[in-house]
Structure formats: C-alpha cells, structure tokens
Design a binder for this molecule. Structure first.
Ligand SMILES: Cc1cc2nc3c(=O)[nH]c(=O)nc-3n(C[C@H](O)[C@H](O)[C@H](O)COP(=O)(O)O)c2cc1C
Length: 178
C-alpha cells in the first residue's frame, strides 16, 4: 500500500485534473493514483495515513453531491461515514476549487466544510495557504488571514494555478514524508 493517497470530488472534472497533476508533480512510488470520492469507501480512505483531498464548491457554497445534485454525486455517500470514523493519527492536506468572481460571498466554502469534517473526525490538517492574491467578500475556508488548504480558481486565475500547486507541494512534502 502506498503511503500517500490522493482523493477528489468533482462535477466538471477540473478537480480531477488537479489531482492528476499533483500525482505527476509528486512523482513518487509512495503516492497512489488519484481516486474519485464517489468510488471510495471509508475503509479505502482509512487505509492511508496521509491524504491529499480536493473538492470544488457547488450550489451556494456546498460540497458537490450533498444538497446539490451532481452527476458524480461526489461526497453524498461518504460524509456520514467520515463523521463516525476515527481519523486520529492521520495527516490530511486539503485543496479546493472555486470561483471568486461568480461566488464572492461563498468562495471555496466547501473547503471549509471538509476542514471541519476531518478535524472533527480527529485528523491533523496541514497545508494552509495565504489569502493574498484573491478578491472575494466571504469564504467559509478562511481562518484568520489563511485558507485551511490550497485555493485554486480556474475560472478566473487559471494561469496562476500550476505555480500555486507547485509552491504548495513544496510546503507539504516534508510533512507527507516525501
Ligand atoms: C452551479 C455552480 C455553483 C457553484 N458554486 C460555487 C460557490 O458557491 N463557491 C465557489 O467558490 N465556486 C462555485 N462554483 C465554481 C466551481 O467551484 C468551479 O467552477 C470549479 O472549478 C469546478 O470544479 P470541477 O470541474 O471539479 O467540478 C460553482 C460552479 C457551478 C457550476
């Protein structure tokens, strides 16, 4: 079993693309191929001690697949299982995709939801990211001046994304043992 898992939810595929890019950039046998959360059981998640987990925000600040119908029904099946599971001893880095111009009052809110979900389940979160360089009114993913994970906006700042991912991976790699 690889040590680091990469898991994503998605609606239109951008978060999957980022998962694949992260896998490629990490370029390590210790990192498993990305898995879609809609094909992932709680045991699949718990099999990893270290995880990178990504999600877009849909609806009005929602995780895909909860109150928002989405083709892949991303998180719907597994959220209750995560709430009941024990993630203590697990290290998790989160990333979120959103649209700061289209949804300035709910920017990457689902990233905040994931942070709460996994923190409550006992996980240690790593990979916080500064909020400078983004323009929005409100975000459920903010804690002080930092986001609780990497924030990517392919709708408005596509050209910045790859460099942001590269910088973030350099920050989290040592904590993932890579
Ligand atoms: C119907 C709809 C609702 C959205 N709602 C939000 C939102 O509340 N907050 C936000 O930051 N982005 C929102 N977005 C933007 C998506 O999160 C963004 O386009 C993301 O890159 C999609 O990723 P995916 O291709 O992996 O599904 C919304 C997009 C759509 C189509």
């Amino acid at each position: 079993m690889s040590k680091v898992g990469i898991v994503f939810g998605t609606d239109t595929g951008k978060t999957r693309k980022v998962a694949k890019l992260i896998h490629k950039m990490l370029d390590s046998e210790d990192v498993a191929k990305p898995i879609n959360i809609n094909r992932c059981s709680i045991d699949d998640l718990l099999a990893f001690d270290k995880l990178i987990i990504g999600t877009p925000t849909l609806g009005e600040g929602e995780l895909p697949g909860l109150s928002v119908d989405c083709e892949s029904e991303s998180w719907e099946e597994i959220v209750d299982d995560i709430e009941e599971a024990d993630f203590s001893g697990k290290t998790i880095a989160l990333y979120g995709l959103g649209d700061q111009e289209g949804y300035p009052d709910e920017f990457v809110d689902a990233l905040g939801e994931l942070s709460e979900l996994f923190t409550d389940a006992g996980a240690t979160l790593i990979g916080r990211w500064p909020n400078s360089g983004y323009t929005f009114n409100n975000s459920g993913a903010l804690d002080g001046d930092e986001f609780v994970g990497l924030v990517l906006d392919y709708d408005n700042q596509s050209a910045l994304s790859e460099e942001r991912i590269a910088q973030w991976l350099e920050i989290i790699k040592p904590e993932l043992g890579l």
